[in-house]
Design a protein around this ligand. Structure first.
Ligand SMILES: Nc1ncnc2c1ncn2[C@@H]1O[C@H](COP(=O)(O)OP(=O)(O)OP(=O)(O)O)[C@@H](O)[C@H]1O
Ligand SMILES: [Mg+2]
Length: 499
């Protein structure tokens, strides 16, 4: 059990100007571009041809490669392929004449960052594209580093929390992992049963084998048997080919039967046999196969009452229940709730490329007070909500989901300002436009363009098409209004022609 580090850590990658390599057989570009990029503060060199480019990449740290598409020895796409194969940490921008746009588009599919058409609109456009590429590169490097840090800290799927009940669970996982016995993991929904199963696999001698996860509740009932044990050709109407089952896929590794309580009866019989004999029989076959599989099962229903109700075989229950691990609900883990909350806030913020905000005292108190019936999963979702709905450095109470705040809040808290319709309309808009996938600046620019357009349209509408009246109502001075008005026109006509 590892604890997530405390305290937000603001990561700054180097903000140095990008180092650029220009590859072009045209001497004009090869010389001119580096000069223009150099004027923008970048360090850039130009070389003739892909081979020369590769030898620069071999010895110099480069961030962005600008390459022509058509060159005599090695084409731009070929150079891109070589760069990708060698794994140089660079972004590649293709420069192309209109004629080979298709090539350029394919290059982008093959991993180029972007393409620019020659002749360039302006040198500024090139500078801007190179900056964007370099920033993209930096963000990716940062992400990879964070991922590495996280896995050095015990893995993205390590169980976080140092409360006594979690320490005890951790100790028991380490105890049962190396032996091959079947383990039954019990616990409420969202407590981390799947993580426990993965930890068992990872700490076992089967770690290098595969961990095959089967959600017993999600399989169509009449296919469960063949999914688990395979079938021979012609075993049933659609069995045109013999197929191995998941037991075989897990041979030498671990089979995780999630929601084992949902297994239909016929599959239960076969599972019992597989557990007892280490043998499986594909559907429609008389021949048994030996498999070396360790079974870990999980359930959030009470199997004993399922046995009493006749939906779960008693003998299978005993066979599975040899070693039972109970994953405690979050409300029994004391301070872990804060450690986990902090961990989720940080990883969610970092995934979104922003510095992690801090929970305000009121928000932290609410996290502590709430009973988290959905356990860790609910906490994770609540923190996601909180990060999305907070803008600055702190997460206000109002950024938490309403149901989280609701519980017991009335007595001790002032009336909670709920997230009004405005915020959710904005959120809908953000997700509809996919802005969460963009950098902040791009996202803002995108939404501002749409806003300006829609605002002017609505304004004109309410002014019954009278432009001077619209200008007056906008309270902008005339030149600003004219710009807004024109921009909107330019925007829509450009869109109209290119799309
Ligand atoms: N101790 C923990 N540390 C970090 N993350 C955790 C921890 N426990 C659970 N999680 C995260 O919470 C989420 C739910 O965990 P998981 O899917 O393992 O729960 P579960 O018990 O299998 O739930 P269900 O019964 O609904 O299938 C996952 O995203 C998981 O990564
Ligand atoms: Mg689960």
């Amino acid at each position: 059990v590892s604890e997530a580090g405390r305290g937000p850590e603001i990561v700054r990658e180097s903000d140095d100007e990008p180092r650029v390599l220009v590859v072009d057989d045209d001497e004009g570009f090869r010389r001119g571009l580096p000069v223009a990029l150099g004027r923008a503060g970048m360090r850039a060199i130009g070389v003739d041809g892909g081979a020369a480019g590769l030898s620069v990449l071999e010895r110099d740290p480069i961030d962005v490669v600008l390459t022509d598409v058509q060159m005599p020895e090695m084409s731009g796409p070929q150079l891109l392929e070589r760069i990708k194969a060698a794994g140089y940490p660079v972004e590649v921008i293709m420069m192309t004449a209109f004629a080979d746009i298709t090539t350029a588009v394919n290059a982008v599919k093959a991993g180029a960052y972007a393409f620019l058409t020659k002749p360039f609109v302006s040198n500024e456009a090139v500078v801007l594209e190179v900056r964007k590429a370099a920033q993209h590169l930096r963000l990716n490097a940062k992400m990879r580093r964070l991922e590495r840090e996280l896995s050095a800290r015990g893995g993205a799927d390590e169980l976080i929390g140092g409360s006594p009940s979690m320490r005890e669970l951790d100790r028991r996982i380490s105890g049962v992992a190396p032996v091959d016995s079947t383990v039954l993991i019990l616990g409420e929904s969202g407590t981390g049963k799947e993580l426990v199963a993965r930890a068992i696999h990872r700490r076992s001698r089967r770690a290098s084998g595969s961990l095959v996860t089967v959600n017993c509740g999600a399989m169509p009932k009449d296919l469960v048997e063949s999914e688990l044990f395979g079938h021979v050709r012609g075993a049933f109407t659609n069995a045109l080919q013999a197929r191995a089952g998941l037991f075989e896929a897990a041979d030498g590794g671990t089979l995780f039967l999630d929601e084992v309580g949902d297994l239909p009866m016929n599959a239960q019989v076969k599972l019992l046999r597989a557990l007892q004999e280490g043998e499986i029989k594909p559907v429609g076959s008389d021949v048994t196969k030996t498999v070396d599989v360790r079974v870990v099962a999980a359930t959030n229903v009470d199997l004993k009452s399922a046995v009493a109700a006749g939906t779960f075989r008693q003998d299978l229950f005993y066979r599975l229940n040899v070693i039972a691990l109970r994953v405690p609900p979050l409300r029994e883990r004391g301070d872990d709730v804060h450690v986990l909350a902090h961990h989720f806030v940080r990883s969610i913020a970092e995934r979104a490329g922003r510095p992690p905000p801090r929970l305000s005292a009121e928000a932290a108190a609410c996290v502590e007070r709430y009973s988290w019936p959905g356990n860790v999963r609910e906490l994770e979702h609540a923190m996601e909500h909180a990060v999305i709905f907070s803008e600055g450095e702190t997460i206000a109470l109002s950024a938490l989901p309403a149901e989280t705040r609701g519980e017991g809040a009335a007595a001790s808290e002032p009336a909670v300002t709920s997230v009004g319709p405005k915020a959710s309309v904005m959120l809908d808009l953000i997700t509809a436009l996919g802005l969460q996938e963009m950098g902040y600046a791009d996202a803002k620019k995108r939404i501002l363009t749409d806003f300006n357009e829609a605002y002017v349209a609505a304004l004109l509408d309410s002014a019954k098409g009278n432009v001077s009246e619209a200008a007056r109502r906008s309270k902008l001075d005339r030149s600003n209004f004219r710009r807004l008005f024109k921009d909107r026109g330019g925007e829509s006509s450009r869109r109209g022609s290119s799309d």
